[in-house]
Design a binder for this molecule. Structure first.
Ligand code: ADP
Ligand code: MG
Length: 602
């Protein structure tokens, strides 16, 4: 076990470390700090997110600069404004016992003259995003001609974001004899070439192993208008009746609000964030572990310690600021050999982020459509049918059977089935029959999708995961059987016992002809067209499908659409659960008239 004392750090820093509660140096700190303190050498350090890199370069930089001078001596370049602010904050904490220390953050989207003023006061350390830094150099607002230490933090990410030229230009304003410390999670060609070009004989350290995204997780994104985020979330939940998920929001406030809304709408949801007491958090986690909570809405910080194995879905209600956070989030599912799905609800302006995440995690996202209302009704109905089919008979009902039988004396099996399922179906159907299409086409894919949607047909087919299919194998299967080309079967969506897919409408005949007497594993395969209203979104893309009256309609019916069968259980237990959930809610939640509560009304 190593200590911070052994690394050669001075008292002022040790004191701050003590205040921060860091007990032992992390691996990258233990490897980098002595090297940086003792030698004037360049450094390349490969270490994953969350390994403590900020302190690995921050401590030595603080110890080496001269705080009684007002000259800028250290420059840290980092890819995003958020990271920039985070590093600045950390450095201020590390240097809290350095009198006269001025660490200034420079980033876009805030007043450039305020930042210039800060620098002018004598910033010994500047933490900057490349774009704004370049800007300020060209306006003579900063002087980095005397810096002694340059840090390229998250170098791979900066290059991914296209900052190569900015970085090159910025470095050309710095002195030759400075030391450059490069930190990166990975070492792609571009990073290696930066190292080669700008660094002299760098020492190299590598830490730990890669934390690439789990192989068992597939990544999906759903493009909607920001204002439809919540509706989209509900549909994703409804389209996955057995969902057991963590939903990530960016702020405590959003976390609380989304959880409250879900609870009001009859879902088994709970909130987990830092404003709850430890006791409340323990209760939520307990309910989540024993699956009384199916949808845990959480902040990144609060969810950090979640170690539940069978989470089926991670839903990014909002994308995180930092790409690395996405990896942490999606890593909550697909554990212990199981498969999982990480879903992202994005608005148009965020689609760029999807691309950078893809590069980072080296996996591709599949763009999917938020399921339409009728599709969800179908899913719920089939899920119920399967549940009924698989239910073991409870003979405690025997004493009541005579009476029930008498009631249905004249009903045929067919009629009985129809009535039984109508009970649940009608509930969902009423809620969803007028539901609008929440999808918006991405700008660059709109033509392709748009043209398609006009002329494509969506089918329901009664084979699914239980028959050994996933979306890729079903697509291959259909392509082969129907003798269709690569892209002629699309939007394949595989559920447990059934699936959906699209073809051009002109292929309809072919599809039906093929499946007419088709059997899979001895079972007849049934294909139907599924109604998906409002799919021809090219015509009024970008506009709301319904008029202003829609809002009322939705609000009124909201909260009453959850099928009781889709909840794990009902009646008294869920009332108990609700009161538990209620204790996490703020007192000023909406009036019950605006949002009818299911449990109470039953
Ligand atoms: P990275 O830049 O590698 O992603 P950070 O420097 O942001 O990681 O550190 C991640 C978190 O760990 C921060 O909250 C930081 O305060 C904390 N941390 C850093 N070093 C230590 C340490 N030695 N002991 C405990 N916590 C630490
Ligand atoms: Mg960092």
């Amino acid at each position: 076990m190593h200590t911070f004392q052994e690394l050669g750090l001075e008292e002022r820093i040790l004191q701050a470390i003590n205040d921060l509660g860091f007990e032992t140096p992390s691996e990258v700190q233990h490897k980098a700090i002595p090297v940086l303190l003792e030698s004037d050498s360049d450094l390349v350090a490969l270490a994953q997110t969350g390994t403590g890199k900020t302190a690995a370069f921050g401590f030595p930089m603080l110890q080496k600069i001269n705080v009684s001078s007002r000259t800028t001596q250290g420059l840290i370049l980092s890819p995003t404004r958020e990271l920039c602010l985070q590093i600045t904050n950390e450095l201020k904490n590390y240097g809290k016992y350095f009198k006269g220390l001025n660490v200034t953050a420079i980033y876009g989207g805030a007043s450039i003259s305020d930042q210039a003023k800060q620098v002018k006061k004598g910033a010994q350390i500047i933490v900057a995003t490349p774009g704004r830094m370049k800007d300020m150099i060209s306006r003579n607002m900063v002087d980095i001609s005397k810096i002694e230490y340059a840090v390229l933090d998250e170098a791979d990410e900066m290059l991914n974001m296209g900052f190569y030229e900015d970085i090159t230009e910025i470095l050309s304003f710095t002195p030759q004899e400075k030391n450059t410390w490069l930190f990166s999670a990975t070492m792609p060609k571009e990073v290696a070439s930066i190292a080669k070009e700008f660094m002299y004989n760098p020492k190299e350290i590598t830490v730990g192993h890669k934390n690439e995204g789990s192989k068992n997780v597939s990544h999906e994104y759903y493009l909607v208008n920001s204002r439809d985020r919540y509706q989209a979330l509900k549909r994703l939940a409804d389209a996955n009746p057995d969902i057991f998920s963590v939903i990530f929001c960016r702020t405590k406030r959003d976390t609380q609000k989304v959880a409250e809304n879900l609870i009001d709408d009859g879902y088994n949801a709970g909130a987990l964030h830092g404003d709850l007491s430890q006791n409340q958090r323990d209760l939520v986690m307990k309910s989540f572990r024993n699956k009384q909570i199916q949808m845990l809405v959480a902040t990144d910080v609060a969810a950090r310690g979640i170690d539940v194995d069978d989470i089926t879905h991670v839903i990014n209600y909002q994308l995180p600021d930092e790409i690395e956070t996405y990896t942490h989030r999606s890593g909550r599912t697909g554990r212990a050999g199981k498969t999982g799905v990480s879903m992202v609800i994005v608005s148009k302006s965020e689609t760029r982020k999807i691309k950078s995440i893809e590069r980072k995690i080296k996996k591709e996202f599949v763009q999917k459509d938020i399921p339409g209302g009728m599709e969800i009704c179908q899913i719920q109905l089939m899920s119920l049918a399967n549940k009924v089919h698989d239910t073991a008979i409870n003979h405690d009902i025997d004493p009541y059977l005579d009476e029930i039988n008498a009631l249905f004396e004249d009903a045929s099996k067919d009629e009985l089935i129809k009535k039984f399922f109508s009970v649940e179906f009608t509930r969902f159907h009423n809620y969803y029959k007028k539901a609008k299409d929440l999808n918006i086409s991405a700008q660059n894919s709109s033509t392709k999708d748009g043209v398609r949607d006009e002329k494509s047909t969506r089918y329901f087919i009664n084979v699914g995961k239980k028959d050994g299919f996933d979306w890729m194998s079903l697509k291959d299967f259909l392509k082969e059987k129907l003798e269709l080309g690569r892209d002629d079967v699309f939007k394949v969506d595989v559920k447990d016992s059934f699936s959906f897919f699209n073809t051009e409408s002109s292929e309809r005949e072919k599809v039906f002809a093929f499946f007419e007497n088709f059997e899979h594993d001895g079972r007849p395969v049934n294909v139907e067209i599924t109604e998906d209203k409002g799919r021809n979104r090219t015509r009024n893309r970008g506009r709301r499908r319904d008029g202003g009256g829609d809002r009322n309609r939705r609000d009124k019916s909201r909260g009453d659409h959850r099928s009781s069968s889709s909840r794990k259980d009902s009646g008294r237990r869920s009332d108990r659960r609700r009161s538990k959930n209620e204790s996490y809610r703020r007192s000023e939640s909406r009036s019950s008239s605006e949002r009818p509560r299911r449990n109470r009304r039953k």
